[in-house]
Write a protein of this length. Structure first.
Lengths: 387, 163
């Protein structure tokens, strides 16, 4: 039989997360505890779940318009104005997607032609690089540095630009490092973007989980809104990962093409989830703040613990990850994580799952209760003492 | 930004046994600052006590709790305060609230048996001058108390590793 598979797909290497997941699954040991998840430990606030249930009771079980419920798009625009001071037109500049994940995928497909280069700062979320390749683009990786607290500098960006560069992916607050970009960092980036006439895909899914200043979106920097594809969603801020609710805002022309792909590939985002999302935006601010405060306490606790143990760890100001260094132990991240799992039954994700420059680091999630974190830190401490 | 008093209160409301150094780390303030603020809150009477939540049903110790609706005649000058005081001074009484709606005071009580509680109501409560009537509701099962769900051991159903 002829080869049934696409070469492009076969050549994409599977996610490093998957590999670790398989090792943990294979151990199938109830003693294993994990700091390896990328989703909140909180349940979706009850009033939001209740609206989802209510929408089912009322029989809201049909497709919505391709772009999503108008009321939801309007609430998203209100929210973005209220929280981040950017204005979008709900009729033409907003598309409701199946998680931020879909927005990343179809955004790249709407923008890229074969050979177009996409600058991807790493360490970063796992989907940008493969989705770029699937869209026919060429990923150009920028290796972010610990000494810059894993922020992207204008110089690093400038050095990666070629005549073929079309798009920068800007993933802050960052998974896996917890890094953020503050206003002055973004202004420096915006200048380069405008000078070279580029676009930005800004993945701001962790915007609400910022612990220093309020998050700033690059779309708010003068001259940037028309160049920015702003991606956000409900998974992290509202603890709604399973609802698969995200959205993208941007210039009419880009949203129009994305809506076309979305219409053919997806039809519309899940209707129940859209109703729940309306409630989240209308009445969820306090829930978000309460969860943010809980994460913030855990964050401070973990940074303190890692420094006590003698593992270097810059203070991350976003998302729910810390990214401690293991360089002084003379092991690869993979070895460290594998041995930690085998010896102490603690699962963490090696930094390399998020790009080669994650070598020498671990991603530690604090989407766990303090009690759980204490238990886990006890195990890391024990493990490090044996080294 | 959340102020430090609020942060301390919301944290120790859930766990009053947390030690000061941990609280200092989690809130990003110095330990002496925490200690001083706690002292302030205690002396101002904002913090009124540090209690332990116990699910007595899981012990072999007998305890019965009841909610009692009490209708009273408010008194000149003192309104409800005097009668409330008379009621809350009984050590059996757990809490006394002035309530809007169909009755006036909500009293919660604890005793060893139904009989003991009923006796308290008939002998002590309903015989008070200003008490017009009482309605006693025994608590059969406590599902959730002080924000804590008593029975469910919530397990983590998330995938152990995810992006
Ligand atoms: C940085 C980042 N972007 C996007 C996503 C996708 O999230 P969702 O599709 O649930 O919105 C994730 C999920 O882990 C993420 O970490």
């Amino acid at each position: 039989m002829r080869n049934p598979l696409s070469e492009t797909i076969v050549n994409i290497k599977p996610s490093g997360i998957r590999k670790f997941f398989d090792i943990v699954a294979e151990m199938n040991d109830p003693e294993v505890i994990s700091l390896g998840v990328g989703e909140p430990d909180f349940d979706t606030p009850w009033h939001i779940r209740d609206e989802g249930i209510y929408s089912l009771e009322k029989g809201r079980t049909f497709y919505t318009s391709n772009a999503g419920l108008m009321e939801l798009r309007r609430e998203i625009c209100n929210y973005l104005k209220r929280r981040f001071n950017v204005e979008y037109d709900p009729r033409k500049q907003v598309l409701i997607t199946v998680g931020g994940s879909e927005a990343i995928d179809i955004g790249l497909r709407a923008i890229l032609d074969p050979g177009d280069e996409v600058i991807i700062p790493q360490p970063c979320y796992v989907s940008y690089e493969p989705c770029t390749i699937l869209a026919g683009g060429k990923p150009v990786i920028v290796n972010l540095k610990a000494e810059n607290e894993f922020r992207l500098t204008a110089k690093e960006l400038e050095d990666a630009i070629t005549p073929k560069t079309k798009l920068l992916i800007l993933p802050f607050p960052n998974n896996p490092t917890g890094a953020i970009m503050e206003r002055n960092d973004l202004e420096a980036i915006a200048e380069v973007i405008i000078k070279h006439d580029l676009l930005v895909m800004s993945d701001e899914i962790y915007a609400e989980l910022s612990y220093k200043e309020k998050h700033v979106t690059i779309a708010e920097i003068p001259g940037m809104k028309e160049r920015t594809i702003l991606i956000n969603g409900f998974s992290k801020a509202y603890a709604m990962t399973g609802w698969r609710m995200g959205y993208v805002c941007g210039p009419d022309a880009i949203i129009e093409q994305m809506t076309k792909i979305h219409q053919f590939a997806i039809m519309c985002a899940p209707t129940t989830s859209q109703y729940a999302a309306i409630e989240a935006l209308k009445n969820g601010d306090d829930d978000v703040e309460e969860m943010r405060r809980a994460y913030d306490q855990r964050r401070r606790y973990l940074v303190h613990e890692f420094r006590e143990i003698g593992m270097d760890c810059f203070e991350p100001f976003g998302a729910f990850y810390v990214f401690p260094s293991i360089q002084r132990f003379n092991m690869t991240s993979d070895e460290f994580a594998t041995r930690l799992l085998k010896d102490q039954k603690l699962a963490v994700v090696p930094g390399t799952a998020f790009g080669d420059c994650g070598e020498g680091f671990l991603r530690i999630s604090y989407a766990y209760s303090i009690e759980n974190l204490k238990k886990a830190m006890g195990r890391i401490r024990k493990f490090v003492e044996t080294l | 930004m959340e102020n430090i008093r609020e942060a301390i209160l919301t944290t120790i409301e859930k766990n009053s046994r947390i030690d000061l150094s941990e609280l200092a780390i989690r809130l990003g303030v110095s330990e002496p600052d925490i200690a001083n603020t706690l002292e302030e809150l205690e002396s101002e009477g904002v913090i009124c006590g540090y209690h332990t939540m116990i699910d007595w049903d899981k012990t072999s110790i007998d305890k019965v709790s009841a909610l009692i609706e009490v209708r009273v005649t408010p008194q000149r000058e003192e309104g409800f305060d005097r009668i409330a005081e008379r009621i809350y001074n009984y050590p059996e009484v757990n809490s006394v609230y002035l309530i809007s709606g169909g009755y006036d005071l909500l009293v919660t009580l604890e005793g060893k048996s139904l009989k003991e509680v009923s006796q308290f109501v008939s002998d002590k409560l309903s015989t008070l001058d200003t008490v017009i009537s009482t309605a006693t509701h025994f608590i059969l099962k406590r599902y959730k108390d002080h924000g804590t769900i008593m029975d469910t051991r919530t397990e983590d159903v998330r995938e152990k590793v995810s992006p």
